[in-house]
Design a binder for this molecule. Sequence first.
Ligand SMILES: Cc1ncc(C[n+]2csc(CCOP(=O)(O)OP(=O)(O)O)c2C)c(N)n1
Ligand code: SF4
Ligand SMILES: [Mg+2]
Length: 312
Amino acid sequence: MVSLKNVIDEEIACQEWFLPGNSCCAGCGLEIALRWAMKALGPKTAMITPASCLNVVIGLWPKTAPNFSQFNMAFAAGAAAATGVSAAFKAKNYKFPGQGWDEMVSICFAGDGGTTDIGIQGLSGAAERNSNIIYVCYDNEAYMNTGIQRSSSTPHGALTTTTPFGKERYKKNVPAIMAAHEIPYVATCSISEPLDIYEKFKKAKSIEGCKYIQIFAPCPPGWGYLAEESIEIARLAVKTGFWILYEIENGVLTLSKKSKSLVDPSKRVPIIEYVSKQKRFAGISEKTLIEIQERVDHDWEKIVDQLECQSR
Ligand SMILES: Cc1ncc(C[n+]2csc(CCOP(=O)(O)OP(=O)(O)O)c2C)c(N)n1
Ligand code: SF4
Ligand SMILES: [Mg+2]
């Protein structure tokens, strides 16, 4: 486990690669996610960004935020483009992850719409080929940049401009889909646990093959809460068990520190504590609230089953 002191002591962690003063909204979860991911990856990173809030934040001169190579990409082509960049590094004989600091990382950093809907075929292809890339989905649970439309990552019950009565379907479990591709590394993170983000990206960088990381990244205007509440909202998502922190390394599931004790249902904060703080769940019915809680419990049962299966 990396302690805060270790992290701060490392020169790379004291440097910023995704710069402040950019055009993200105040309290943007995406900004925190990328900032901490880049602390672990460093500047020898080539990043592909499909259409998204990030795409806009990155592109607005003179407030261009990345201090590393970055390519804007068409929505569906994120994973394929990252694969191409990785192949180019190989052809040019650049060093690959796990071989010291002189390494180049090819990463795709996409939103949930760009990942769970539009980019999933390219992502599945890259995973099946085991392309040497890190694919990141920052998950703000809707198409935020174009005005809060629902994505397949939007949770059940949430209001968006295209689900004015609350979303009927449940959130698509893309980390599980990626794990089913049998890639070497799948992980979930939350902006409320920045050191966990740092550690997981360090690990992803050291592994050859396709890595998938999904980061819970709340969005104040899209979810309807105050900018200063982003970390508290993300923390509650973890404490309620709504967002489970884990890694799947070569098929083996491990719960991360903040989620470990939540295998015991009595340790989970009731979902109402999380839901009631966001306007996107305003006016939610008792029935929907029960359904959301039941879904959380059901997701945990699957996690517990997998852990028990592994220990046999
Ligand atoms: C092919 C195509 N369709 C639609 C758009 C318009 N568009 C730009 S950003 C965006 C939303 C992306 O949502 P998501 O991937 O979740 O990222 P977020 O905006 O939430 O950061 C859309 C629909 C586009 N740029 N290209
Ligand atoms: S709309 Fe949401 S995701 Fe987009 S920049 Fe603002 S806070 Fe970040
Ligand atoms: Mg989104």
